[in-house]
Design a protein around this ligand. Structure first.
Ligand code: URA
Length: 247
């Protein structure tokens, strides 16, 4: 929200009066004076007027989980256990999932309450890699690599997947890198070349790799380096994700 709107909402004044107040130097964001009425301010920023709090910034949370098989990538479900049910902290609320995994899939799952940040991680235009280890029912043919590199036609969406990288690790075992996150994408890509995925494990998103010390269902806060790797700039982020976050 624009700073002038925050001030006018809080004061019950016009946007013009709010802008004048901001121009006078009375307003600070996270302790730094701001003279720009048009500055976009997130819910994570604390805004003060002459030192008095107008908006208390909420804490941003960024977690990685080693998702176990059989757990739903959803925030709530009437029947099945969800990844949110595994997070045992009363202070971490309103998380969403940055790039779901199918119920049977395992590995790196990122959860946050920062929508702007998660969009940067998952936006296909920003081409952040998502790396998976894949086991298949049939042997992986030599042509599969080229098919994936050329893109696979998805009839339902009427589109071709963007070039994916296939690294064959064994007869029925590969590492696949994709740069988007379409519904059941890897399974459908293998299906399109006459094969079937039997196990899928995500190892990496962007430059964030799964912490191998996390047991299935375990999670930890992202480090500030991991958080900043998504926005590609060094920003002061609050990563107070609670203490006992491993299970
Ligand atoms: N592609 C899939 O098919 N499933 C996942 O869980 C992730 C990517």
């Amino acid at each position: 929200m624009k700073l002038s709107r925050i001030i006018s909402n809080q004061n019950g004044t016009s946007r013009k009066q709010a802008s004048a107040l901001i121009a006078s130097g009375a307003i600070a964001i996270d302790g730094l004076r701001c003279h720009e009425p048009g500055r976009e301010v997130t819910a994570f920023a604390t805004v003060t007027r002459n030192g008095r709090i107008i908006q208390q910034g909420i804490t941003a949370h960024y977690l990685m989980m080693n998702k176990p098989a059989g757990i739903l990538s959803a925030t709530s479900d009437p029947v099945h256990t969800t990844v949110i049910d595994l997070i045992n902290s009363p202070t971490i609320n309103n998380l969403h999932i940055a790039g779901r995994l199918d119920r049977a899939s395992t590995g790196l799952l990122i959860l946050t309450n920062d929508g702007q940040w998660s969009r940067r991680l998952t936006d296909p235009h920003l081409k952040k890699p998502k790396i998976y280890r894949v086991s298949t029912a049939g042997p992986i043919t030599p042509e599969t690599k080229k098919h994936f590199a050329d893109g696979i036609w998805f009839d339902y969406e009427q589109l071709r997947t963007s070039p994916a990288r296939l690294e064959v690790l064994g007869a029925n075992f590969a590492r696949v890198t994709i740069y988007e996150g379409r519904y059941h994408q890897i399974k459908r890509m293998f299906h399109a070349v006459g094969n079937r995925v039997t196990a899928l494990h995500r190892e990496q998103m962007g430059t964030i790799t799964l912490d191998h010390t996390l047991p299935p269902g375990g999670y930890r806060p992202l480090t500030s380096g991991e958080v900043c790797s998504v926005t590609d700039k060094i920003t002061a982020v609050k990563t107070k994700c609670g203490k006992a976050s491993r299970r």
